[in-house]
Design a protein around this ligand. Structure first.
Ligand code: BGC
Length: 464
């Protein structure tokens, strides 16, 4: 007979191991965020060092996003072929290499090249980490673990803003870009100690290895065996991509919705703030020190408001939160635009503009930020899930690239007020989009969503 004390010890050690694995995988989110945040504070110093115009800065900013779109596309294949763990290792190594190369870049073109590499790293991580987390998490912790990953992204952005602020006093942009290699190395070493995903091992026919990993994660052989059996059962539905897309109109609709949701998320304009905040504050008339301080406040606000979503998304539902978010974002940006049009002569007007930009960030962080990712993972039918999520992740980065590559041009050609009004109008129009196309998926099982989609029901009716 088994000793009960031994069971307890095994359960405790399994919990510790699970926590280690979860924290590590969430660190991939931190890398994602560091990468997003780091360039905003470095831009003006890079611009001075290389004496380049706004157009070149846009290329430097957006090259990372183009790399990420490529990386996300590659990741579906990489993680299927070589496993989730090896994909994460690739991602971490490229991240370290890319950070060091961007710190050492001798020319704008070299910097663009280094940021492309960094982007590929983040694209791979953005696809693989949530997939890995979902595959190792016990059923009742899955939502929480993916939300933690989202939260880590915002924390990463915030930390990058803080580090940018610290280095901005000396103008050391190479340090800003290079320092993120340190958490990158920690991530790389940590990933070496991660187990391979049990689902992938089963996929490869390595059932004993999968049982071994699950045994360590759950601390109980019976549960481990039951889970392996369940995974086998689910894998009887083989993953299909292009073929399903060609043959099935309903799958084309869910893939289309995933693409649209990510386009909408980017056209809210969140990344004009995440990538260009100091520039926006400079244009409002603030000095360098204040610009960086406000940028750090933007980062912190983004982190804190994400908790609102985590707290309410399963209670209030997706659609009401999205409606509220788009209203708040539209109003925030419209007021910023109007203040910009007024020339912001008084201190009060300038502070109001900062406050309204923060209101906009709050509106995003409690709604479209986390919810678009949630919805994208809920609406795809099982046999096309990897493909569907892959396509929407690639779209996220292409959208980010389009926004990042055009913002300064819009400012310079359309004008400040008009640029903010344009994004305000986008947000207002997304109220209509939400009403017409977005399903309410709160509390509905993924199987029920899939059934309604495949029955040909209107997209907005595949949830409740
Ligand atoms: C978006 C990113 C954005 C981040 C800001 C994410 O949900 O996909 O593009 O930079 O939120 O917190």
């Amino acid at each position: 007979m088994e000793h009960p004390g031994k069971d307890l010890a095994a359960a405790a050690s399994a919990r510790r191991y699970m926590r280690y694995v979860a924290v590590l995988a969430a660190l991939a989110g931190l890398m994602f965020g560091l990468d997003v945040g780091v360039i905003s504070g470095a831009q003006q110093f890079i611009q001075r060092t290389f004496a380049i115009d706004d157009r070149m800065i846009e290329h430097i900013v957006s090259s990372m996003m183009v790399g990420a779109a490529v990386g996300a596309g590659l990741a579906a294949w990489l993680s299927g072929h070589f496993g989730r763990k090896r994909s994460l290792l690739w991602s971490a190594s490229l991240f370290v290499a890319g950070s060091l190369a961007s710190a050492a870049a001798g020319s704008p073109v070299a910097l663009i090249g280094a940021r492309l590499v960094l982007g590929v790293a983040i694209g791979i991580a953005a696809f693989t980490a949530p997939l890995y987390l979902a595959e190792i998490a016990p059923e009742d912790k899955r939502g929480a673990m993916i939300s933690t990953y989202q939260l880590m992204i915002t924390i990463g952005i915030f930390l990058a803003f803080v580090s940018d602020t610290v280095f901005s006093y000396s103008g050391r942009w190479r340090w800003m870009l290079g320092i993120i290699a340190v958490p990158g190395i920690a991530f790389l070493l940590g990933v070496l100690g991660l187990p391979e995903s049990p689902r992938w091992l089963v996929l490869r026919g390595r059932h004993d290895d999968a049982t071994g990993v699950l045994n360590r994660l759950r601390g109980d052989e019976t549960t481990a065996r039951a889970e392996v059996a369940e995974i086998e059962e689910r894998l009887r539905t083989p993953q299909q991509g292009w073929q399903l897309l060609r043959e099935n109109r309903n799958f084309r609709r869910s893939v289309g919705l995933g693409i649209a949701l990510q386009v909408v998320q980017q056209l809210t304009g969140i990344n004009i703030v995440m990538y260009y905040a100091p520039r926006i504050f400079a244009d409002m008339g603030y000095a360098t020190g204040t610009q960086m301080l406000f940028t750090a406040v933007v980062g912190l606000t983004n982190v804190l408001a994400t908790f609102i979503a985590i707290g309410f998304v399963d209670r209030i539902g997706r659609k009401p939160i999205l409606y509220a978010g788009f209203v708040v974002m539209a109003v925030g940006l419209a007021v910023v635009g109007t203040l910009m049009a007024s020339g912001m002569a008084t201190q009060g007007q300038r502070l109001l503009a900062v406050a309204m930009l923060l209101v906009f960030v709050i509106g995003f962080a409690f709604s479209a930020g986390p919810l678009v990712w949630t919805l994208c993972s809920e609406i795809q039918p099982l046999k096309g899930r990897d493909f569907g999520i892959g396509v929407s992740t690639v779209t996220n980065w292409l959208g980010t690239a389009a926004v990042g590559a055009t913002f300064l041009t819009l400012l310079n050609h359309l004008g400040h007020a008009q640029t903010f009004w344009l994004y305000a109008a986008f947000n207002a129009s997304f109220l209509l989009f939400t009403w017409a196309f977005v399903p309410e998926t709160k509390g509905v099982s993924l199987e029920a969503i899939e059934r309604r989609l495949m029955d040909g029901r209107a997209l907005r009716e595949i949830g409740e």
